[in-house]
Design a protein around this ligand. Structure first.
Ligand code: FAD
Length: 367
């Protein structure tokens, strides 16, 4: 299979698909290689709030802002902060905010529908990208297929295989794991929980631990128990064992575990070094988590979308491609370094002894 003169986008997450959409608009040939077997192969996780200068900017550039607005939930931007006794210590309904939420599955579907169906190769897990003497790259996939491209965009997330072409850096566990649980149909079946969480995100903090809960579309609530510790905890994660980690916390908070379904999804939080960058190499670059995975502080998905829009500009402009991509990288590194530094600081403050006060100052804009 030869695909010379077309762009390979490895990874069909928010970054890869936004890049695909923008190349499609400009008539640049591309193929997306995605390891998932199909669009419905796995759940896409919770929701993203798109910020004006990054996520929303990218959706506008991709001509998809009206489609985004169709799903955007401006009414779900609120934040509530509780202490471990269930006392509400901060509340902001943010109904006039400009960071509307969208479920990740809705965002992925929206992006997929904006490009030709046959431009995505499902079930293609990249195992190796090999540089060739003629300046092209050979992509080898687990399913035995091989492709050749003269430009490779690594949008393959935290454990990027494309990154190996430019960098030896690897994400490291930062001493925190989130355990994701799900509650269906909260308004009808668990009105007390719906009221506790409110329209947006709730955070409960104490003892250097946290519980987060987010209201998704259709009254679906995602709960995250955030526990410091090693990547492999010394217990099997079930909703009961997680509740036990919060022994002594108020029943109004522990009901989040009782009401959850049995499935628990652990998210060991790993990050690349703050300020990760590399020696630019012609024909390849990275966007999103592949370039700068950082602790979740509400910006990673937004940055991935913005990176994709900027890289699309670099690949489709009049300037020499290698020079334009270098300029993209310089801007992206700068932006990511600032965000990653802030995310690491927020993480450290969020799990310190005085984390309740620190979090309150941060989300209320006092600090
Ligand atoms: C618990 C949690 C909560 C978060 N909350 C937020 C939030 O509120 N706001 C926000 O902006 N960000 C948030 N983030 C961060 C956000 O999820 C990521 O930054 C974002 O998904 C990065 O997008 P991406 O396209 O770069 O990579 P990904 O979303 O990771 O997509 C990578 C894609 O590549 C595919 N892939 C991986 N390896 C290969 C391979 N070898 N071959 C082919 N395909 C491959 C994957 O299947 C996937 O589809 C959160 C992260 C976590 C863990």
């Amino acid at each position: 299979m030869s695909k010379k003169s077309s762009v390979a986008i490895v990874g069909g997450g928010p970054g890869g698909l936004l890049l695909a959409r923008m190349l499609y608009l400009k008539g640049v040939a591309f193929t997306v290689y995605e390891r998932d077997e199909s669009p419905v192969h796995r759940g896409q996780g919770g929701m993203l709030d798109l910020h004006p200068g990054t996520g929303q900017y990218a959706m506008k550039r991709a001509g998809l802002f009206a489609e985004f607005q169709h799903f955007a939930r401006y009414e779900d931007q609120g934040t509530r902060l509780y202490d471990k006794h269930g006392l509400l210590v901060y509340q902001d309904d943010a109904s006039d905010g400009d960071r509307p939420e969208i479920d990740r599955s809705q965002l992925r579907d929206l992006l997929l529908q904006s490009i030709p169906a046959d431009s995505v190769r499902w079930g293609c897990r990249l195992t190796q990208a090999v540089p060739r003497d003629d300046g092209t790259f050979e992509l080898r996939f687990e399913n035995g297929s091989v492709a050749r491209h003269d430009f490779v965009a690594g949008a393959d997330g935290a454990w990027s295989k494309v990154r190996l072409l430019v960098s030896d850096a690897k994400p490291r566990h930062i001493g925190l794991t989130l355990y994701e649980l799900a509650i269906d149909d909260a308004d009808t079946r668990h009105p007390g929980i719906a009221a506790l969480v409110g329209r947006g995100t709730m955070i409960a903090k104490g003892d250097g631990k946290s519980i987060f809960a987010q209201r998704n579309a259709n009254a679906h609530i995602r709960v995250y128990a955030a526990l410091p510790g090693e990547e492999r905890p010394g217990f099997e994660a079930t909703k009961e064992s997680l509740a036990a980690q919060f022994a002594g916390w108020d029943g109004s908070l522990l009901q989040l575990f009782d009401a959850a379904k049995d499935t628990v999804r652990p998210w060991p939080i790993c990050a690349l070094p703050v300020g990760h960058r590399w020696q630019s190499r012609a024909g390849v670059t990275l966007i999103g988590d592949a370039a700068h995975v950082m602790p979740p502080a509400g910006v990673g998905g937004n940055l991935a979308l913005r990176d994709a829009a900027d890289l699309a500009d670099a690949l489709t402009g009049d300037e020499d491609r290698t020079i334009a991509v270098r300029a993209y990288e310089a801007l992206m590194w700068e932006r990511a370094a600032t965000a990653a530094g802030e995310a690491m600081q927020a993480m450290a403050a969020g799990f310190a002894e005085d984390s309740l006060e620190a979090t309150m100052k941060r989300i209320s804009g006092v600090a």
